[in-house]
Design a protein around this ligand. Structure first.
Ligand SMILES: [Zn+2]
Length: 84
């Protein structure tokens, strides 16, 4: 019962590019995933600033996946982590 509405964990891997709901103070809203572990490392594509987010925090802040580095999700546009 603790599952999010999407029903499955977000598939994320280093190299993915995501857009967060709230823009960075530098003006950029797009982040590159640089590290996956207990926390998820993100690097601002605009100012190169790095932050670490827990997975729940990451999933809450991500608005849309702009690019998946892997090909395992190629063509699967339904049931993804993007809400709209
Ligand atoms: Zn920035």
């Amino acid at each position: 019962m603790s599952e999010p509405a999407s029903g499955r964990p977000v598939s994320v891997q280093p190299g993915d590019v995501v857009r967060l709901r709230k823009p960075h103070p530098c003006g950029g809203a797009d982040w590159t995933v640089v590290r996956i572990g207990a926390d998820i490392g993100l690097k601002c594509t605009t100012c190169q600033h790095r932050v670490m987010l827990t997975r729940p925090e990451f999933e809450r802040r991500v608005k849309v996946f702009l690019r998946h580095a892997g090909s395992d999700q190629a063509g699967a546009s339904t049931g993804g982590p993007t809400a709209e």
